[in-house]
Design a protein around this ligand. Structure first.
Ligand code: URA
Length: 432
């Protein structure tokens, strides 16, 4: 059966419902290159405006999932649980979290993404460890997972290829912000990982895709519904992305901060979120002990050892984990000073993420090179008291001319008020 693409676009444009055969045909024909990008972008825009109802969303997700391989790790005895974040600034949580829960007996087949827009990417951070390879074929992915209960890789080309194509198209056509399109995109990839459980970290606030709590709850509820309908126990935590997570925004610097957490230190917010998500992952894997079990894996060194072992398995230089000062640091350094006395009332994740990206820590275009040594160290965040002239942040970069273009923009990230304020709460809600 074939359909007229124009008629399908017109139907969605006019608010009509597409049936599951039409959706399956459309996604398949698009993946095979029979439906051109210009028609699919019109369809995506119609969905941005009209949405997809529950049946359409289920059919859309299924078609994207079935466009590629669905992995099967049933031969691995441990429960397979992954975590996905909708993307944030300074969000390195996967790096301490995955070895921590793997050390507690969960199998974590983690597939992560790269930096895009103002947000960083776990793969770029991991690749700041010299030699660390994130592009694995299916056999090597399964082999590392079976041996270490943990693998930290990129999405292979055979997982949800329809999404790979459609996500790039949406990125270039202003059609990313649609709850059904985001939910089906994320869940089609996660459902292909052969999971028993999934925890979603749905960000909310100025530095997140979803700026309002209401939209974040809707996105979380949609993804939890999709996961559970496939028999994958799915829980979402809604967490704040008003200000960056932790004190480091960059690549090598975020690896350093992650190692601090695995050694029992690190910033309080990173520890809190790592433990909150870790607790849910243990719960989904049916492992008792919660936070105490996680703390034990930090205290006895098994979480750090797991990271060292998996880094070696990915070809990475493990000596940088023993001595993180060997990780890259960009040559130039500048300080941002507080313009006045008071309390930090704003430390804007969006601005800080965008400046870090433009200095080379992230990508403005998919094929941009990332500089692992570029980064911003935040010394003052919301709620901190500051004196005029005190350093708010240290910026490390390689190209002074890029910094000159960003300096005044970065200064706008902080606002300082006369009265004390509390930092924003980190974990706002749980869905599922
Ligand atoms: N991340 C994804 O993988 N897909 C989206 O559509 C948005 C964020």
């Amino acid at each position: 059966m074939t359909y007229s693409v124009v008629e399908l676009i017109e139907a969605k444009r006019d608010g009509k419902k597409l049936d599951s055969d039409q959706i399956a045909w459309l996604i398949d024909a698009y993946t095979r290159g029979e439906v051109p990008d210009y028609q699919m972008s019109a369809m995506a825009m119609a969905i941005v405006w009209r949405g997809l109802d529950g049946d359409e969303l289920a059919a859309w997700t299924r078609a994207m999932l079935e466009s590629g391989d669905v992995l099967d790790f049933s031969h691995i005895p441990a429960a397979k649980v992954d975590k996905h974040s909708t993307g944030g600034v300074g969000d390195k949580i996967s790096i301490p979290l995955a070895p921590l829960v793997a050390a507690c007996g969960v199998a974590v087949p983690m597939m992560s993404g790269r930096a895009l827009g103002h947000t960083g990417g776990t793969l770029d951070k991991l690749e700041s460890i010299p030699g660390f390879t994130t592009g694995l074929d299916k056999e090597r992915f399964a082999g590392i997972l079976a041996e270490h209960n943990l693998v930290l890789a990129g999405q292979s080309a055979t997982i949800a290829p329809a999404d790979k194509k459609l996500y790039s198209l949406r990125d270039a056509t202003g059609t990313v912000p649609s709850i059904p399109l985001i939910a089906s995109s994320i869940m089609s990839k996660k459902l292909a990982e052969g999971l028993d459980g999934l925890v979603l970290d749905v960000k909310t606030g100025s530095g997140a895709f979803m700026k309002t709590l209401e939209d974040s709850r809707r996105l979380a509820g949609t993804m939890v519904g999709i996961g559970n309908s496939y028999g994958v126990k799915t829980v979402a935590l809604i967490t704040s992305m008003e200000q960056p997570l932790g004190n480091e925004v960059g690549n090598a610097s975020e690896i350093r901060e992650s190692i601090d957490v695995l050694r029992g230190g690190g910033p309080a917010d990173i520890r809190e979120l790592t433990f909150a998500l870790g607790e849910v992952m243990l719960e989904l894997a049916g492992i008792d002990g919660g936070r105490d079990r996680l703390q034990q894996a930090i205290d006895d060194g098994s979480a750090l050892q797991k990271f060292i072992d998996v880094t070696r398995a990915h070809g990475g230089d493990t000596t940088v984990i023993e001595d993180p000062s060997k990780l890259a640091v960009a040559p130039e350094e500048e300080h941002i000073a507080a313009p006045t006395d008071g309390y930090v009332t704003r430390c804007d994740a969006m601005t800080i993420g965008a400046v870090a990206t433009r200095l080379g820590a992230g990508r403005e275009k998919v094929d941009d090179e990332v500089d692992p040594g570029v980064g911003i160290t935040l010394l003052k965040k919301i709620g901190d008291q500051v004196s005029k002239g005190e350093t708010l942040a240290v910026v490390r970069f390689a190209e002074p001319q890029r910094w000159e273009r960003q300096r005044s923009h970065l200064q706008t990230a902080w606002e300082i008020g006369a009265d004390p304020v509390d930092p924003p709460g980190l974990v706002i809600d749980r869905i599922g």
